[in-house]
Design a binder for this molecule. Structure first.
Ligand code: ADP
Ligand code: ASP
Ligand code: MG
Length: 440
């Protein structure tokens, strides 16, 4: 039995948390490969080391004063090292980091040092070998992850050790060595890549909640824990903002059918959530999870008889393509077509796009609506059940939330509703109430 264990920032925020992690690892001999994140927040007002590193680098590389922040970062590690009574000194590492920052080596390198240093501390604490992720995880020049090259190198390298600490979040450009990171929260992806490379039996992802919750705990008070969820459901939820697990962390393990277990470092006795390819287990509720994001806008295009105009959709989408804008959803009616987009990607081009649509398809009208939030209601149990959309709308109507858009994925795994940004939280609570609270 071989397990890969990834610990998030809050699980490694200070020496006390490190000790919990040490106990978890020592409690199970199969926990052989450890992926640490950088030290996260110790309390609500604290700053993650990763954010401090970005700040420090931005200052150092532009000639502004940076020493105070660099010392603050060093103190975070020194506190951990002292608290764990380790015989370890990072002065030399910090000197190299400072030199590189001043040289302007790159923001990715800067951010990656959080994981790199925490990996060194973790390896010393556990007595496991340290493997620098830059030597085994690869990207191309554009920063795209290279799955094949990584898997070959990593699996060879891990054959030589029985245990290891491999820092999360970063790797390097293939045959070039320049450090690159994944997007924020990317240590989850590293864990998944390592699990694939060693053909792990399980990928444990340790965080500060007892599993994947039906809704964001910052919005719904004390939400229920999802016991089992499929990769597909989770991907929908992660993509729509349920930030527990990085949305790209699914792919590497999925190709090997390795389950992921989300666990709570502060409550190791809880079973957490099991993420699997498929399951016969009936979901506890009709709806597996609810997640959402703010900051969308919709382009509503109207034209009588558009449905019979061959090539209409293609011509409209070509306009967005021309400006390099990707779209999220595209619900349509007989005479209407709506394109849902990220507002931040669209804002700079909005007038050019509207003009382009006029030229391309001569619509009756093009209207823009901004400041929308999208909410995904996801569940494998929804397929076989009628009346879900009806209940959803009744609940939202009752909560006085105006539904701006609705789109049901063709897999019948999800329903997406669009509401005003300011109704976002109310809508999520209303959906939670109708599908979860009324069923327990
Ligand atoms: P880590 O630092 O361990 O990687 P993250 O902050 O990335 O942890 O993810 C865990 C956090 O995700 C939780 O503390 C919680 O606030 C948030 N979260 C958002 N949606 C959900 C959800 N549906 N279930 C559980 N946690 C969620
Ligand atoms: N430390 C990185 C971040 O804050 C990566 C991670 O936590 O997974 O985004
Ligand atoms: Mg995370």
């Amino acid at each position: 039995m071989k397990k890969v264990v990834k610990f998030g920032g809050s699980s490694l925020a200070n020496a006390r948390q490190f000790k919990k992690v040490g106990e978890i690892i020592r409690a199970d001999k199969s926990r052989k490969y450890v992926i640490p994140s950088a030290p996260g927040k110790r309390n609500g007002k604290d700053t993650k080391v990763t954010d401090l590193l970005y700040q420090c680098y931005d200052a150092a590389s532009t000639g502004a004063s940076y020493k105070k922040i660099l010392n603050q970062i060093k103190e975070r590690y020194d506190d951990i090292i002292d608290g764990l009574k380790l015989n370890l000194n990072l002065d030399h590492e910090f000197a190299t980091i400072e030199e590189n920052f001043v040289k302007g080596i790159g923001r990715d390198y800067a951010a990656s040092r959080g994981e790199y240093l925490n990996g060194i501390v973790m390896a010393e604490y556990l007595g496991f070998p340290f493997i620098d992720a830059a030597e085994v995880i690869f990207f191309d020049e554009e920063g795209n992850f290279l799955a094949k090259e990584t898997n070959e190198e990593l699996s060879e390298r891990l054959k030589t050790v029985d245990t290891a600490v491999i820092p999360g979040f970063y790797g390097s450009v293939y045959h070039n060595g320049m450090v690159r990171t994944f997007s924020r929260g990317g240590s989850d992806i590293t864990g998944s890549i390592v699990a694939r490379a060693i053909h792990a039996d399980l990928y444990e992802n340790w965080t500060d909640v007892s599993g994947f919750l039906v809704a964001d705990p910052r919005i719904v008070e004390n939400p229920a824990v999802i016991e089992t969820i499929t990769y597909k459901e989770l991907r929908e939820l992660a993509y729509m903002g349920a930030s527990v697990l990085h949305e790209d962390a699914i792919f590497p393990v999925r190709s090997e059918g390795i389950p992921i277990n989300i666990r709570n470092t502060n409550k190791p006795e809880d079973k957490g959530t099991l993420i699997v390819e498929s399951t016969c287990r009936k979901p506890r509720f009709l709806v597996t999870g609810i997640a959402g994001k703010k900051g969308f806008c919709v382009v509503n295009i109207e034209k009588a008889m558009m449905n019979s105009e061959i090539g209409f959709g293609r011509k409209v989408l070509a306009v967005f393509e021309k400006y390099g804008i990707s779209f999220e959803h595209m619900p349509s009616g007989v005479d209407t077509m709506s394109i849902v987009l990220h507002q931040s990607e669209f804002e700079d081009y909005e007038q050019s796009v509207v003009a382009g649509i006029h030229r391309a398809v001569s619509p009756d009208s093009v209207e823009l609506e901004s400041d929308l939030a999208l909410i995904a209601v996801v569940g494998r149990g929804m397929k076989a059940n009628r009346g879900i959309a009806g209940r959803l709308f009744a609940a939202l109507g009752h909560a006085r939330v105006n539904v701006k858009m609705i789109d049901q994925g063709s897999s019948e795994l999800n329903i997406i509703v669009g509401v005003k940004n300011e109704d976002f939280e109310t809508a999520i609570r209303a959906i939670y109430d109708i599908f979860i609270n009324t069923e327990v």
